[in-house]
Design a protein around this ligand. Sequence first.
Ligand code: SAM
Length: 227
Amino acid sequence: MGKAKMYKINSVATFANVFQNPHYTNPVLLNNRQQPLNLKGVWRTAVFKNEKPLVLELACGKGDYTIGLAGMNPDKNFVGIDVKGARIFTGAKTALENNLSNVAFARMRIENILFFFGTHEVDEIWITFPDPFPRKGDVKRRLSAAPFLEKYKQLLKTGGVVHFKTDDLPLFHFTHESAKEFGAEILYYKEDIYSTPLDFQELAIQTHYEKQHLSNGKTINYLKFRI
Ligand SMILES: C[S@@+](CC[C@H](N)C(=O)[O-])C[C@H]1O[C@@H](n2cnc3c(N)ncnc32)[C@H](O)[C@@H]1O
């Protein structure tokens, strides 16, 4: 591992706004003093010290959406979740430097999310540019496959929504079908979102991966559904 990556991984473990599950087989979340914490069901009060709605960004990478949404929505709390500490480092550092008190990050595998968040604790989920896993044998690994939707259903409050943004059209179509088969209500479906003026400002946030896809001439697609 390179020195820069090692520095980020070591630093992020000391950030007050980051919680980590370093050993995936042991469902324990550690704070920046490496003390175990049980935040399940109490993220609002224990982390954010308020009762505002809780929004998760899954597979957040560098946390671009978490940071962007938090700036636009001071009336909500945001948690960016990714398995890679070196990526979370970027968003968590930005949040600390800008005193964004409505932002936290959690390093964990999304497969394990129900260990760390309570039933109906979450108001909204954003998933932006997840890995497409194009091979048929990898369908279950897609973050919009039924086993993940089942987890989101448990996490979300009644009426809670999932926002899904991707450049990958096969994954976009798969997600649309997967949501419908799951019984979700499709609230918004748009291919090539930048072909017309955006309908709401949150769509204008661009992630690290989105910028790369746009510079490679790809189009961007967005789906919103209620589970
Ligand atoms: C293609 S990147 C997109 C990152 C970010 N959303 C963006 O648009 O820049 C996919 C991210 O998903 C994370 N990831 C993939 N599978 C995951 C899992 N099962 N649990 C947690 N994170 C995962 C990876 O670490 C990576 O940062």
